[in-house]
Design a protein around this ligand. Sequence first.
Ligand SMILES: Nc1nc2c(c(=O)[nH]1)N[C@@H](CN(C=O)c1ccc(C(=O)N[C@@H](CCC(=O)O)C(=O)O)cc1)CN2
Length: 373
Amino acid sequence: MASSILSDCSSCATSRLLPLRRALHPPTPRFRPSPGPAPLPRRPLLAAATPLPLLPRARRMAALAAAASSADPATVLADASAKIIDGKLVAKQIREEVGVEIARMKDAIGVVPGLAVILVGSRKDSQTYVRNKKRACDAVGIKSYEVNLPEDASEYEVIKHIATFNDDPSVHGILVQLPLPRHMNDENILNAVSIEKDVDGFHPVNIGRLAMQGRDPFFVPCTPKGCMELLHRSGVEIKGKRAVVIGRSNIVGTPAALLLQKANATVSIVHSKTKNPEEITRQADIIIAAVGVANLVRGSWIKPGAAIIDVGINPVDDPASPRGYRLVGDVCFEEASKVAGAITPVPGGVGPMTIAMLLSNTLDSAKRIHKFK
Ligand SMILES: Nc1nc2c(c(=O)[nH]1)N[C@@H](CN(C=O)c1ccc(C(=O)N[C@@H](CCC(=O)O)C(=O)O)cc1)CN2
């Protein structure tokens, strides 16, 4: 690996825009490199980005990829190889820990946590996630409740089910699988979930509390919570470090930045209007990439030794794969793993943590409601 010269990260312009991206990230990645002249490169090892004019999205992404792939081969050839943060393994450990706690609570007070999941429509990916959530609940001893509504269900119907679960004492966590059909207003629906059962942490009050000094939310959204857990369990120091979050979605980028700030990092958010995203990212000791653009972050964007958490799950065409596509992250793993100190793979990085954190939030909710320590 370390001696490979060619990078296979030129696929961001060809990544398939499968619907999962709409759920995790803003619908249209709009990274826009500065139209002005590029600043002088200040990095000894890496090539400067080519200044790019304003382009339509697809051409912009292709141009970004091409600019990044012109990085000095020294980046690609570097001997260093990052520690791989194994999200599958950490998620398994967390599921086991949650299972032990649930058994302890059941023995002590006879209560098992309950999780209600509402799925609207018949998207294959959402059905898979909901099925996996149910299996994960079964494995740790959480009782799960499922409501499946047709694509053309009304907002009122969804809210009615939420209200029933809000009032049900055997349910400690409620989530609505995203994305919702286009005719529904996410905000109305997410606002209907009781903040004390909002195990996804998407209610504006929970996000607001996360943003405030001296306040804590009832729940932290599962994916960003999983990112932090991976950093903690991998021994990455956060306090006093520079962190960059790429992407500012409500469910990943924004809460991830707030969490890093709460953990005393100095945080920058790189988004579609950021000038010189590469230069800002290169200053980071910690990078959380959650933008939904395959292989956007190249080796030349990374400070040597940085810790990288890659939230992207982007399908790219791959005729050699049985599914006809494979999943890649927002970070070019092949290049980044030669520069970074630690990195999560895709798949098998942040993804499995999302469901593990959901179980952990559901357990916390039941403990809080039943005042069980
Ligand atoms: N209400 C919610 N909706 C959605 C959330 C969420 O947290 N709450 N997140 C995503 C979907 N999601 C869980 O719901 C989820 C996504 C990905 C994974 C995962 O384990 N991914 C694997 C790859 C899976 C594959 O091979 O296809 C990985 O990265 O290793 C789990 C859960 C949007 N909706």
